[in-house]
Design a protein around this ligand. Structure first.
Ligand code: ADP
Length: 250
């Protein structure tokens, strides 16, 4: 990764479509990096569904401002963060036109991040809209991580999102397969509701690194909804996120 601007390295997390676990990965990757001693901040730029306040348990909090710049909120997981959801009422940002959304992104990225912040993870909206364009053109991320489920359609969209970064000269750090294999909590049988291995195969085809897979696990959804992200715990659920963090760090 190379830095072209002053301040923390920006790592964007993108997906081709919504609901594939981009926010879940971003939050848990940030926590995993913090556990490894990286000074990390998180920007939730997903105007269509800012979910980081729920995942970090900071819903309803209003960030203080200093000189017009918001001060990131602390969390018990060592990840200061700011979300579109902290700046506007739920659902409001949805009606924003491109320039407004892009302006809000600037506010979040250029907030009062601690001077020793090394990495800023950006949870992008799904797809390839104005926020993504501003991200790559104005803030020049050091790299991008792409998340997809193994389904063909999600993969095709993820590849398209990858093209946006590629065209802008943003290196793709790698692909993550989320919701990969489901272990039935009552009988233990493992099934693959969205298929399996599709993202790894796509990474090979596109000559991109494959960063790892995260199983479809009810505990991940429950932890996220309860403000207790799995990467923060000591259990097996933290492992895939820690392994992905290792590869992102490298
Ligand atoms: P996106 O940011 O791509 O829209 P989210 O991270 O918000 O997706 O995830 C969508 C929903 O799926 C959330 O309820 C989240 O808790 C759940 N989810 C994400 N990844 C997993 C997983 N591996 N296992 C179980 N639930 C998951």
């Amino acid at each position: 990764m190379t830095a072209e601007r002053k301040g923390p390295l920006i790592v964007a997390v993108g997906s081709g479509k919504g609901g594939v676990g981009k926010s879940t990965l971003t939050a848990n990757l940030a926590i995993a990096l913090a556990k490894k001693g990286v000074k990390v901040g998180l920007v939730d730029a997903d105007i269509y569904g800012p979910s980081q306040p729920v995942i970090f348990g900071t819903q309803g909090q209003k960030p203080q401002a200093e000189g017009n710049k918001p001060i990131p909120l602390d969390s018990k997981y060592g990840v200061p963060h700011l979300s579109m959801g902290h700046l506007v009422a739920p659902g409001k940002a949805l009606a924003w036109r491109g320039p407004m959304a892009a302006g809000a992104l600037g506010q979040l990225v250029e907030a009062h991040w601690a001077a020793d912040t090394e990495v800023l993870l950006i949870d992008l909206p799904p797809g390839t809209g104005d926020v993504q364009l501003t991200m790559v053109q104005k803030f020049k991320p050091a790299g991008a991580v792409l998340v997809s489920t193994p389904q063909d359609l999600a993969l095709i969209d993820a590849a398209r999102a990858g093209q946006l970064f590629d065209t802008a000269g943003v290196p793709i750090i790698g692909l993550v397969e989320n919701m990969s294999g489901y272990a039935c909590p009552s009988c233990g049988e493992v099934s693959d509701p969205f298929g399996a291995g599709g993202v790894e195969a796509a990474a090979e085809r596109l000559e991109l690194p494959f960063l790892g897979r995260i199983p479809l696990d009810m505990a991940i959804r429950q932890g996220s909804d309860a403000g207790e992200p799995p990467a923060a715990g000591d259990g097996a659920m933290a492992e895939p996120f820690l392994a992905i963090a290792d590869k992102v760090q490298a």
